[in-house]
Design a protein around this ligand. Structure first.
Ligand SMILES: Nc1nc2c(ncn2[C@@H]2O[C@H](COP(=O)(O)OP(=O)(O)O)[C@@H](O)[C@H]2O)c(=O)[nH]1
Ligand SMILES: [Mg+2]
Length: 397
């Protein structure tokens, strides 16, 4: 499953953001370092469902349908807060980053209103520049990769020399625990003008390599969070951050959590990611007031709470996943009568054969042909899938 890590300093709302994504109970507190054990849970990316095109209502085996959308499960991990110097043991250190070593990408949460200093202590809105956080957070992530490289580089070089193996392959092997693959290393080597027989790594070069491997294997989006505290101030900061980091999304984990919770209680109908909600049941004065605030200051102003948007941007735009549906050419149901029960997330560029393999190894082994269920066109095994394709696979068994 796609795995997303939530990273940031203490007290920027990481755990609240996680709770808004997963509706899973977590420890929330405005003391630094509340989260030590990672929170792991299931969140959902949003895909326009294909059911309506076929005049059917899907019932997903995993995830759910809401409105015209299908929410497809992925995994998220919320870890402890980092502080500057974490790699030297400051705060809780950076050991807990290992909890996200397998992450495909990162949501970096910062405090859009700058109300917390670099260690997460409350200083008041406007007193701290959130752009500074992004810089040192990036550096801490680089150090994390650097330390793993540094620990292993002598061995890597020795093995590569003695066994006459290409150095990039050896690096990819050692770094695979951090989700680094050979393509990432090759790309980094190209950027640094290194070839696969380069042995002369000094610390400076190693750090540059660590940085590149980190951005290639753990790309990130920024959630400029807690916009509800002061939307004007947040907007100003975000405009500035976006100049350097275009993939910055204004978010309010708090607003998203309230909306989802009231939706769960059946008091409102809210589709995550939308700019509006519908009131279904009488609300208390307090609930009315909060919803009114969220509607005016968050939804109407920023277009959504941003939480769903941040996750979808990371998974679809940055990590380049596409959603593909298995479907029979004559019927869209499985044996139990579930309509379009499955939806798989695959990397852009995946072929029909990759898709078959994802469903079942046997389906790939005995692959005969595939059919595009929409157009009824026959597709070969090398056909590159598109987002929201519905594919029937014919096998000889
Ligand atoms: N106003 C506002 N407060 C938030 C939001 N998210 C979290 N908080 C508050 O910020 C504090 C820290 O939240 P928490 O989620 O524990 O942050 P973490 O340390 O980064 O995991 C708590 O008092 C939360 O209630 C938000 O979107 N808006
Ligand atoms: Mg936390």
């Amino acid at each position: 499953m796609v795995l997303v890590g939530i990273v940031g300093k203490p007290n920027v709302g990481k755990s609240t953001f996680f709770k808004a994504l997963t509706l899973q109970p977590v420890e929330i507190d405005n003391r630094p370092f509340v989260t030590i054990e990672p929170n792991k849970g299931v969140a959902y990316v949003r895909v326009e469902d294909v059911g309506p095109e076929f005049g059917v209502i899907s019932n997903p085996r995993h995830g759910f349908i809401k409105g015209k959308y299908r929410f497809v499960p992925i995994e998220v991990i919320d870890i402890a807060g980092l502080v500057p110097g974490a790699h030297e043991g400051k705060g809780l250190g950076n050991q807990f980053l290992d909890d996200i070593r397998k992450a495909d990408g990162i949501i970096m949460v910062v405090d859009a209103v700058g109300a917390t200093d670099e260690e997460g202590h409350f200083v008041g809105p406007g007193k701290y520049d959130p752009l500074k956080d992004i810089k040192w957070l990036e550096e801490e992530l680089d150090y994390w990769f650097y330390n793993v490289l540094k620990r292993n580089i002598d061995k890597i070089l020795r093995v590569a020399k003695i066994e006459k193996r290409p150095i990039d392959r050896e690096i990819a092997k050692i770094m695979s625990g951090l989700n680094v693959n050979i393509d990432h290393v090759k790309k980094a080597f190209r950027d640094l003008n290194l070839d696969s027989e380069f042995y002369d790594f000094d610390d400076e070069l190693l750090f540059k390599l660590a940085h590149l491997l980190r951005i290639y294997s753990k790309p990130f989006v920024i959630a400029a969070n807690r916009i509800d505290i002061d939307p004007d101030l947040a907007e100003k900061n975000i405009e500035r951050i976006k100049k350097e980091y275009p993939l910055t999304i204004p978010t309010s984990g708090y607003a998203e959590y309230i909306l989802k919770e009231l939706d769960k209680q059946g008091k409102i109908s809210y589709i995550p990611g939308e700019s509006d909600f519908e009131i279904l049941k009488p609300l208390s004065e307090k609930e009315k007031k909060v919803l009114d605030f969220i509607k005016t200051n968050i939804l109407e102003r920023f277009g959504s709470t941003g939480v769903q948007n941040a996750l979808d941007t990371l998974v679809f735009d940055v990590l380049k996943y596409i959603a593909v549906f298995p479907g029979g050419i004559d019927k869209l149901t499985d044996k139990e009568g579930n309509v379009l029960p499955d939806c798989f997330l695959l990397k852009e560029g995946s072929t029909v054969l990759d898709f078959a393999r994802k469903i079942h190894e046997d389906l790939a082994k005995h692959f005969v042909k595939a059919i595009d269920v929409r157009t009824r066109k026959i597709l070969g095994k090398d056909y590159k899938l598109k987002h929201r394709d519905v594919i029937h696979i014919v096998s000889s068994k």
